[in-house]
Design a protein around this ligand. Structure first.
Ligand code: ADP
Ligand code: 5GP
Length: 185
């Protein structure tokens, strides 16, 4: 395997713990750069523009897509999400490790356009635990949770398309495994 930092994509069903794992990892290793996506979703309490996401209007998202400014984009549970292309390419050119936290459709698009990317799937210990985490987070209304659980069934069925699966039982363990996959430690 090449030692050169490359693009790593982390995907997995909503509520599995992707943001939690990435936040834990970056607390210890702030040098790991996470792409900030654009989204038409409304901010959750505590989320800030330019930190978790660039929160954009539908019209702004239309423009980003039309101008070719997104490396990939997808509609997920009623909102659009996309990865700004320039920031990712700049860092890869500088030889810095890059992490994308995106959905299954986005992961498939990245695999097509950048076959050298490594695709990592974050899986829940069980379906019941996934439901508990998504519901327990308390950030979505019941109908939104239903849409996300429907998407989760599709995402879980696609696990074998990924290069590696990590099961999120322990946040610390998964963060360590992810760092190793990214050649950071
Ligand atoms: P995602 O980013 O995949 O949608 P989050 O990171 O928001 O998921 O996590 C969803 C919920 O699950 C949060 O309340 C979080 O605290 C909890 N969680 C994440 N990882 C674990 C874990 N390993 N064990 C128990 N709870 C977890
Ligand atoms: P959330 O609304 O919970 O923050 O994210 C919902 C889903 O959208 C998650 O699976 C997350 O990984 C995905 N997502 C976030 N940013 C992007 C992106 O830029 N592109 C794609 N395809 N999916 C994204």
């Amino acid at each position: 395997m090449s030692e050169r930092p490359r693009l790593t994509v982390l995907s997995g069903p909503s509520g599995v713990g992707k943001s939690t794992v990435v936040a834990h990892m970056r607390k210890e290793h702030p040098e790991v750069w996470l792409s900030v996506s654009a989204t038409t979703r409304k901010p959750r309490p505590g989320e800030r523009h330019g930190v978790q996401y660039f929160f954009v209007t539908d019209e702004e998202m239309d423009k980003l897509i039309a101008n070719g400014e997104l490396l990939e984009w997808a509609e997920f549970a009623g909102n659009r999400y996309g990865t700004p292309r320039a920031a990712v390419l700049e860092r890869l050119e500088r030889g810095e490790p890059v992490l994308l936290e995106i959905d299954l459709q986005g992961a498939r698009l990245v695999r097509e356009s950048m076959p050298e990317a490594q695709l990592v799937f974050l899986a829940p210990p069980s379906w019941d635990e996934l439901v508990r985490r998504l519901t327990g987070r308390g950030t979505e209304a019941a109908d939104v949770i239903e849409r996300r659980l429907a998407a989760a069934r599709v995402e879980l069925a696609a696990e074998s398309e990924f290069d590696t699966t990590l099961v999120n039982t322990s946040v610390e363990d998964v963060a360590r495994e992810l760092l190793a996959l990214m050649n950071v430690v």
